[in-house]
Design a protein around this ligand. Structure first.
Ligand code: WT7
Length: 660
């Protein structure tokens, strides 16, 4: 019998629990799992690894090695991600859709890639890479839109042990160049352009200058939009030309579980983006397990994640997770509001998506401009809704639950990070509870805690992860072990991972585990429209403007995007604040970082609050923008400047900031 329209949750005292239907269907329904997994966490992961993954050789020497703060998992085991996503499904599911691609233009047909077709494409692509001299341990940078060739390229890298380093298309060419240089990659894969809001966004032509400067050896260009970009003879190649006549088969290389699987650059607290290293084996095991348990993913499910491949969510759940399980993943090229604000609902209906995964920022936009549009579509195929990227406020939660889920589907609010590789904290569909605004419990056998500044457990404070760690955790920061230690393992010592987030242990619980509510970042990282950005990177870009003497950037609350970058600048002597100057600052940020980081607000001030040693205290700026209590202003060397800034930003908070 079809699952369409079934009730998957039931309400009790204003919160939601799995219904009988869900308990019948779900993989995990017994809360004892938390205790059981904790009895022997290493063995727990070893069993999952054997059960979920095909190994060429699963004879790893030691399942886990923990040498704080460095770990290894399944070392010596031989495995390949591309094999697990493709080869092992071919016999039974060759004709099944692996990827359903929806182009943005509505007059273009969808493209369905079966497992067999994807497998063929990936093998050919892998041979193309080999012919260009790419091999195991080489970094390949992508600046690619959501098109099937992107999936193929990523799987092709996995197949031969090359590391993809995928940069989101809303980052600038300059940002791509910096990441290519850091990774030492001399191949870029891009497209001529792609469709966004009915227009072609060019990629290749925009990156030509940056490519010249990075001295790239090769650039593969996918022709998506027939823009006929400028090509440099010998360096730039159309994919179709390279694929023509290339050898058709390419075996998946048995890689060591501890080999690097990919790099993904993310923003931290300094100007330079960090290349997060993920392993092949551990990442794969965690992606497989979280996909199965968190989304209760069954092999006939059709998974629709709106996350772009340029982010970790796009890696783990838009691409790899569904394929690891031989399921179907829906890829959409364009914007949620094209041609209308119901495009996503249309896609769910059209393909009968069973899970839908997105970010609160997008939901807030859709609520604002298209509150009732989900009702115009039959969304009864949906079973589970997911949220990721930032805390989901109860109002948005309720709309999502009622309008999109029809009051039938649980919302899994999944809390994780680029660094964790996969989801580590949420409510499981078959266990619950689902509480608006509350993320959930650590997944078994994870151990999260909330610590105060001295490292003592408390109710509200820093979110940390303690032993046992999961196999999917980052293996370091590329070429920068000190950065790795400093960012994650210094605040509470080398055995406790600091997430950078603030959270609360709520009174809700399941299986002896308290549910966590996540409040947001405590460090100098912003979440802008669900995208992680570092303040320092944007500050550096602002400083590039000649008239700027000093700059500080913090996140300012925004009703749709969650946060927008707010720039505070001090101008050099003789320079006057003006709209033109604001324009220069915005252009510089868009050039150096990308449109994704465009400032939402620019304030000209004469001083910034500083410590004795001259470090800007961004905490005060944040509090002023949020109308919050500033606390002891005397920690600033120059507290008198706060009065001026409060005035400029229109501070309306509880503290009296005058009189210094
Ligand atoms: C940061 C990580 C995880 C993939 C997308 C972002 C915030 C993420 C949640 C959530 C509250 C969340 C945190 C985290 N975040 N998910 N469900 N509730 N906050 O990955 O770019 O590495 O950013 O996103 O602040 O530290 P990322």
């Amino acid at each position: 019998m079809s699952d369409k329209g079934k009730m998957w949750v039931t309400e009790k005292d204003g919160i939601y629990w799995p219904s009988e239907n869900m308990k019948k269907k779900a993989f995990i329904t017994n809360p004892d799992i938390f205790e059981e997994a904790k009895e022997n966490p290493v063995e727990f992961w070893a069993e999952r690894a054997r059960e979920l993954i095909d190994w060429f050789d699963s004879d790893w020497e030691r399942t886990n090695e923990w040498n704080p703060p460095f770990f290894k998992w399944f070392e010596g085991g031989k495995v390949n991600l591309s094999y697990n996503c493709l080869d092992r499904h071919i016999e039974d599911k060759g004709d099944k859709p692996a990827i359903i691609w929806e182009p943005e233009p509505t007059d273009e047909e969808k493209e369905v890639l079966t497992y067999t077709e994807l497998h063929k494409g990936v093998q050919k692509f892998a041979n193309v890479l080999k012919e260009l001299g790419v091999g195991k341990g080489d970094a390949v940078t992508f600046w690619m839109p959501m098109i099937p060739e992107t999936a193929m390229a990523a799987l092709a890298c996995q197949r031969i042990g090359a590391w993809h380093s995928i940069v989101y298309t809303a980052f600038s060419p300059e940002a791509v160049r910096k990441r290519m240089e850091d990774a030492g990659s001399d191949l870029l894969i891009t497209a001529d352009g792609f469709y966004r809001r009915g227009k072609v966004m060019e990629l290749k032509n925009n990156i030509n200058d940056a490519l010249d400067r990075v001295e790239a050896e090769n650039c593969i260009v996918v022709n998506r939009a027939d823009t006929e970009p400028t090509m440099v003879e010998g360096r730039d190649h159309f994919l179709s030309d390279l694929m023509d006549g290339v050898e058709e088969s390419c075996d998946a290389e048995p890689l060591d579980a501890e080999d690097i699987g990919f790099l993904l650059y993310t923003s931290g607290t300094t100007g330079k983006p960090k290349g997060i290293k993920h392993s092949v084996g551990g990442y794969l095991v965690q992606a497989a397990l979280s996909m199965k348990w968190v989304f209760d993913f069954h092999e006939d499910d059709v998974f629709y994640s709106t996350a772009d491949i340029g982010w970790i969510t796009g890696h783990t759940y838009t691409l790899y997770g569904p394929l690891i399980h031989g399921g179907t993943t829906v890829w959409y090229e364009g914007s949620p509001d094209y041609p209308d604000l119901d495009r996503w609902w249309n896609i769910i209906e059209k393909y009968g998506a069973t899970q839908f995964y997105t970010a609160p920022t997008a939901l807030r936009m859709l609520i604002k401009h298209g509150r009732d549009l989900p009702e115009k579509h039959d969304l009864s195929s949906l079973r589970i809704l997911g949220s990721v990227g930032e805390p989901i406020d109860p109002e948005t939660w309720n709309w999502y639950f009622k309008k999109v889920g029809g009051g039938r589907c649980p919302i899994v609010d999944t809390y994780w990070q680029t660094e964790t590789g996969g989801i580590l904290l949420t409510s499981l569909p078959g266990l619950g509870p689902f509480v608006p605004g509350v993320a959930g419990t650590p997944l078994p056998p994870m151990n999260y805690d909330i610590l105060d500044i001295d490292g003592n457990p408390t109710e509200k404070g820093a979110v940390v992860i303690k032993e046992p760690f999961s196999p999917g955790m980052l293996r370091g920061v590329y070429k920068n072990p000190d950065k790795y230690k400093e960012e994650y393992w210094s605040r509470y010592g080398e055995e406790i991972y600091f997430t950078g987030d603030e959270g609360i242990k709520t009174e809700h619980e399941i299986g002896g585990q308290k549910l966590f509510k996540i409040l947001g970042r405590m460090d100098d990282v912003m979440e802008v429209a669900g995208h992680r950005l570092g303040t320092a990177e944007i500050e550096d870009a602002v400083q590039e403007v000649e008239e700027v003497a000093e700059a500080a950037v913090v996140g300012k609350p925004h009703d749709v995007k969650g946060q927008v970058p707010a720039v505070f600048t001090i101008l050099i002597d003789g320079a006057e604040p003006s709209e033109d100057l604001k324009g220069d600052i915005v252009r510089s940020v868009r050039r150096e970082v990308g449109p994704v980081a465009s400032p939402g607000e620019i304030y000209f001030v004469s001083r910034l609050p500083e410590t004795e040693s001259g470090k800007v205290i961004r905490r005060f700026l944040r509090a002023l923008l949020k109308d919050e209590e500033l606390g002891d202003m005397r920690t600033a060397n120059n507290p008198e400047c706060l009065e001026e800034i409060a005035d400029i930003v229109g501070y309306n908070g509880p503290q009296d900031v005058s009189g210094y």
